[in-house]
Write a protein that binds this ligand. Structure first.
Ligand SMILES: Nc1nc2c(c(=O)[nH]1)N(C=O)[C@@H](CNc1ccc(C(=O)N[C@@H](CCC(=O)O)C(=O)O)cc1)CN2
Ligand SMILES: Nc1ncnc2c1ncn2[C@@H]1O[C@H](COP(=O)(O)OP(=O)(O)OP(=O)(O)O)[C@@H](O)[C@H]1O
Length: 194
């Protein structure tokens, strides 16, 4: 898949997502929270990174509440100077600053850690396929952050409508173990039982 194809798919998918009605967004947000709960992953003390959803991304608000209710710890990504992401604890109401992409980040960074310190990383994405290939925002942030690491469990969060038949991965793409949608928690093929 060429860089042009990737840019075109990003543009088309974002246009489709932007057209979703508010009820569709909120139903999906509740659906993803339910699917996450049903995985059985959430345990007290589990470290789970989410993200502060952009307007066209699936709203993470309800899942975040579910994570906290289960006693797990919720983290948000922070852009680090080395072009990778760090992650800091975030609870509703905590102070934030807006980063250069217009995305809020926790202001208090005492708890900041690297991806290897997390148990589960819930990632935004633009499009995914059943093999676990992920097309992101185009900055390569998650790929750089996760390059060469085994932990944590890598989970895409998306509307079911973001699935595409096949993405051709780039050399640096780090595949997803699972994709959580409002309908299911998909185990991506290379990581699912035979
Ligand atoms: N909600 C959310 N938080 C996130 C991400 C994300 O995709 N969504 N990120 C995911 O990495 C990181 C921030 N990185 C980002 C990278 C690029 C763009 C962006 O807006 N890019 C260009 C498109 C570039 C292209 O198509 O080639 C744009 O939309 O103009 C946004 C965030 C960490 N936090
Ligand atoms: N491990 C890496 N080392 C160096 N550069 C990388 C690495 N991973 C990705 N990149 C760079 O990041 C750029 C964007 O990658 P890509 O299009 O796959 O981003 P993305 O996965 O859509 O974005 P994001 O993870 O931010 O949502 C690529 O052009 C590549 O040069």
């Amino acid at each position: 898949m060429s860089t042009d194809d990737r840019a075109t798919l990003r543009r088309q998918m974002r246009a489709k997502l932007r057209a979703f009605a508010p009820e569709v967004r909120m139903r999906a947000a509740a659906g993803v929270a339910r699917q996450l709960d049903q995985t059985g992953w959430l345990k007290p003390g589990l470290k789970v990174a989410g993200f502060w959803s952009l307007p066209y991304e699936l709203p993470m608000l309800i899942a975040q509440v579910g994570i906290e209710k289960a006693g797990a710890q919720y983290f948000l990504p922070i852009l680090h100077a080395d072009q990778t992401l760090r992650f800091a604890r975030f609870k509703a109401g905590d102070a934030v600053r807006v980063n250069r992409f217009g995305i809020p980040e926790p202001l208090a960074t005492e708890s900041a850690c690297t991806a290897a310190d997390l148990d589960v990383i819930l990632m935004p994405l633009t499009a995914f396929d059943r093999q676990g290939n992920r097309l992101g925002s185009g900055g390569g942030w998650y790929d750089r952050t996760l390059a060469g690491s085994t932990a944590p469990r890598r989970v895409g969060v998306a509307y079911a409508a973001q699935e595409v038949p096949a993405l051709v991965p780039a050399a640096w793409d780090v595949p997803l173990h699972h994709v959580l949608t409002e309908q299911t928690c998909l185990a991506c093929q290379p990581f699912s039982a035979p």
